[in-house]
Design a binder for this molecule. Sequence first.
Ligand code: PLP
Length: 201
Amino acid sequence: MGLLAVSKTWPAAFVREAAAAGQKAFGENYVQEGVDKIREVARPDLEWHFIGPLQGNKTRPVAESFAWVHSLDRFRIAERLSQQRPAALPPLQVCLQVNISGEDSKSGVAPRDAPALARRIAGLPRIALRGLMAIPAPAADLAGQRAPFCRLRLLFEEMLREGLTLDTLSMGMSNDIEAAVAEGATLVRVGTAIFGERNRS
Ligand SMILES: *Cc1c(COP(=O)(O)O)cnc(C)c1O
């Protein structure tokens, strides 16, 4: 299982320190902060993942600077990323974000629409579709946390049976990592438990 260290809000020095301890993959939520930090850290051996909401007018810096995007939920955005991905770089690795708890306010494709969207995205030349990502609604106990991760895994397995080639289940953060691992996460995204509490003001 892979560990993505979510370094959003933390300065480049924190990334360097984690990298010195052997961490290779880092996650960022905000385009400008991420691009600036990637440039400042300046370590080509690190792998940068964009995990935040992505608008159409911000796709270019993401396509040019990141190795992965976890938060893809619209074909139009995928198409732009594919067009803007520099030819000198490998294809952009992406996960579809699924609105697994069915929250009105949350981004992510509805589970029933995920297979069709995945098939369209898989056909784009400069995109490599790798799997699914979700951020479930908070739950009170372990069983409540496991349920949405279980649904995401079942959707993932259904899509594999339909012939899509996927290998990544990006699920689990500091507060629900145990539940996600129990349900088969292949990549957990952890910020607070590595770097400490972010300033929430
Ligand atoms: C901030 C964030 C994380 C990490 O959250 P923690 O609770 O700090 O571990 C993981 N995934 C996404 C999409 C995030 O925005």
